[in-house]
Ligand binder design. Structure first.
Ligand code: NAD
Length: 332
């Protein structure tokens, strides 16, 4: 099938081309994000392959459908950037990669927890400057601390398993508790109880209308003073301004973000020669106890191989009229 691949980086191309040897699709790579201005590039392509920050709202989907596109193949798990109702009404099939490596994201989550707690980012810079003082680098033992996991699906479950290894107590909040987490020792509690009892809170729920700004001022006020807050799910699960205020007051002791609610204009690009115009993001960068990575939690070799393989298999299923197990539908 002829596929317009948007938001392509060199690594996307490398892994997709390698996997495509077994599929034979015609992949045309476009560097720009998919949005209202660039949707014209997909004219005549029956399939469009998109990523996390591509814009798949009703306007873009209407343009794509008018130009002959019938399939949206997301090469990511989250689909919060797709207007599914519009896709359905336009007859556009949407497929995704539901699990490519929960380990990649879970391990990055733990990397953020460990780096923030033991101030590795600061120690690295200090030692290179010949500063071997330890003031300001004090951490705490993870052993016997309480980790609250919001969203105990595939990634949350791996996080639970890893943190269990550190000897942590595990709390979980999820509308659909899972038995594997219970076996690992996750105790399911209300959101309020998780906020109150956790030393570390890590977010692994999808971005939905229910989880939008789940972490707001009210939620932050319930948390322990000095809580470690980690978000590798989707940026808008956190109200960024609220978390900035909570970091200024000391309520949030450490903040680790791999995602940011306005990341679309920033992440996956080299902006190092430019002045960052987003003042909220710029403020976040000033905190010594904040680590931000640019949506790289998924970025392992194994994950990219799986993403490429599943994306192309999804496209083949649709091309050959087979039911695709990774189709995204809305229940109405
Ligand atoms: P998953 O579907 O396996 O698990 C999500 C869990 O969240 C489910 O158990 C679901 O019941 C739960 N959930 C739904 N609504 C909730 C709510 N209101 N409160 C608490 N829990 C709720 O998904 P996953 O593979 O574990 O991925 C989780 C999220 O991680 C994805 O939605 C995606 O946004 C994000 N993600 C980020 C990266 C990255 O690189 N940073 C990569 C992959 C996925």
């Amino acid at each position: 099938m002829k596929v317009a691949v948007f938001s392509t980086k060199s690594y996307d191309r490398m892994f997709l081309e390698a996997a495509n040897a077994g599929y034979g699709h015609e992949l045309i790579f476009f560097e720009p994000h998919l949005n209202r201005e660039t949707s014209i590039l997909a004219a005549g392509f029956p399939a469009v392959c998109a990523f996390v920050n591509d814009q798949l709202d009703a306007t873009v989907l209407t343009a794509l459908a008018r130009q002959g596109t019938r399939l949206i193949a997301l090469r990511c798990a989250g689909f919060n950037n797709v207007d599914l109702a519009a896709a359905r009404d336009l007859g556009l099939k949407v497929v995704r990669v539901p699990a490519y490596s929960p380990h990649a994201v879970a391990e990055h989550t733990v990397a953020l927890i460990l780096s923030l707690n033991r101030k590795i980012h600061r120690a690295y810079a200090r030692v290179r400057e010949g500063n071997f003082a330890l003031d300001g680098l004090l951490g705490f033992d993870l052993y016997r601390k309480t980790v609250g996991i919001i969203g105990t699906g595939k990634i949350g479950t791996v996080v639970a398993n890893i943190m269990k290894g550190f000897g942590c107590h595990l709390l979980g909040y999820d509308p659909y508790p899972n038995s594997e987490c219970k076996e690992v020792g996750v105790r399911y509690v209300s959101l309020a109880q998780l906020f109150v009892e956790s030393d570390i809170i890590t977010l692994h729920c999808p971005l939905t209308p229910e989880t939008h700004h789940l972490i707001d001022t009210k939620a932050l006020n319930q948390m322990k003073s000095g809580v470690v807050l980690i978000n590798t799910s989707r940026g808008a699960v956190i109200d960024t301004q609220a978390v900035i205020n909570a970091s200024k007051s000391g309520k949030v002791g450490c903040l680790g973000l791999d995602v940011y609610e306005e990341e679309a204009g920033l992440f996956f690009k080299d902006l190092s020669n430019l002045v960052i115009q987003d003042d909220v993001f710029a403020r976040l960068l000033t905190f010594p106890n904040v680590i931000i990575t640019g949506h790289q939690a998924f970025f392992t070799r194994e994950a990219l191989e799986n993403i490429a393989e599943t994306t192309l298999a999804n496209i083949t299923d649709c091309e050959q009229g087979r039911a695709c197990p990774n189709e995204v539908t809305i229940i109405r």
